[in-house]
Design a protein around this ligand. Structure first.
Ligand code: UDP
Length: 369
């Protein structure tokens, strides 16, 4: 009896541990963290801190692409409420300022040598993801965007255009350079342009988690209704690169920036704070940093929705809030996004990419500006 009793216990214990094992392996995948491949060669061979941090927190592993050492990446954090003089864009190259007041490069034509900078970055052989959306009638902009991108955007680099669209049959066939491709990602149609614009943060987050995390080192978010007119090269690459909005880059006092000013919104910035006003039509950086930022914009807009508020310029407002306290490591001049609506002033020596003139009422699902 005693022997039978022990045997039963042993069997029960064994069954218990086997079930635990099975349960663990079943749920392990659902808990597995997002892993990112960081750019692969670092000039000083230091260990990549973000990756180390991620490994510690989440048990993340390097992808196959990153056999070599990664870059050291430093965060540029700032606490809220700090008072300081507004930085200027007017001194430097003689007619402009080529550095921010946190010592990040402010990139203008004439502040870099394209041959040198391309050579440095090509050595790292980064894979660049370009995330664009063409929902509804916006598919009409795809052809010119990609065709001109092939002429001017990171020529000679590995680039994948991730085209999110509800009209896959309207994605044009365009001849692509070596190492470049198009991936189409289906997304639902929308009744309001505001929903497409904000929805980009949700869909981009999902695409990064599902696909891009294994396929890219850098990621750019771009508006599709634009064309490249000139070189947009490796000088644009950094951990977090943001573009100055052409409408507010010169002599606009920070209290006049179109930041979200209602304290009820997560994007709220008080009148006495602010560096620059950045556009959300072009922004980019390391995949891990961009993932964090895209997801932040998504989550903050979700919070706003719960509180029955929509930030004044949708994801652009959240982007500006984030970049005020998490400084970009490169600030790109408005050469990196101009507009065909506007005259080109003397300090913009080159227009690299420009937003097209469009009939808002005709092209947007709910019309209007
Ligand atoms: N977009 C889209 N379909 C829409 C509205 C917007 O695909 O119905 C995408 C598209 O990529 C576009 C971007 O969202 O470039 C930003 O929208 P829009 O150009 O209308 O904003 P604007 O910059 O003119 O304020």
């Amino acid at each position: 009896m005693q022997r039978n009793f022990s045997k039963t216990h042993v069997l029960l214990a064994a069954a218990f541990f086997v079930s635990l094992g099975l349960l663990y392996s079943y749920f392990r995948d659902s808990f597995s963290p997002i892993s990112f491949c960081q750019p692969c060669i670092q000039p000083d061979n230091d260990f990549n801190e973000l990756e180390k941090e991620m490994e510690q927190i989440k048990g993340i592993k390097h992808s196959e692409h990153c056999k070599k050492d990664s870059w050291k990446i430093g965060e540029l954090l700032m606490q809220s409420g700090l008072k300081y003089a507004q930085p200027s864009t007017q001194t430097g190259r003689t007619d402009i300022n080529a550095v921010t007041n946190w010592n990040a490069p402010l990139v203008w034509e004439g502040t870099f040598d394209p041959v040198v900078i391309d050579a440095i970055y090509k050595k790292m052989d980064p894979r660049v993801a370009v995330v664009v959306f063409a929902v509804g009638k916006y598919t009409r902009f795809l052809k010119a965007f990609i065709e001109t991108g092939e002429k001017f955007f990171l020529v000679g680099f590995n680039v994948t255009y991730y085209i999110h669209t509800d009209r896959e049959n309207e994605v044009p066939k365009v001849a692509l350079g070596k190492g470049r491709k198009i991936t189409t990602v289906p997304v639902p149609s929308a009744n309001r342009w505001q929903d497409v614009v904000l929805g980009r943060m949700k869909w981009a987050t999902l695409t990064i988690e599902k696909t891009i995390r294994n396929e890219a080192d850098y990621l750019f978010m771009m508006d599709i209704d634009s064309v490249f007119y000139s070189r947009f090269g490796a000088e644009s690459l950094s951990r977090l690169s943001a573009v100055l909005h052409r409408g507010y880059y010169k002599n606009t006092p920070r209290e006049k920036f179109p930041y979200e000013r209602r304290p009820e919104s997560k994007a709220y910035i008080p009148a006495e704070e602010g560096d620059y006003y950045y556009t959300a039509a072009v922004w980019g950086g390391y995949l891990g940093d961009m993932y964090k930022l895209v997801k932040y914009c998504y989550e903050m807009s979700e919070e706003d929705t719960k509180n029955k508020i929509e930030a004044v310029w949708q994801e652009e407002s959240h982007l500006n809030k984030y970049l005020l306290y998490n400084k970009p490591t490169k600030v790109l001049s408005p050469e990196y996004l101009w507009s065909d609506y506007d005259k080109v002033p003397a300090d913009i020596k080159v227009v690299r990419i420009s937003q097209l003139v469009k009939n808002y009422a005709e092209v947007r699902p709910n019309g209007g500006n």
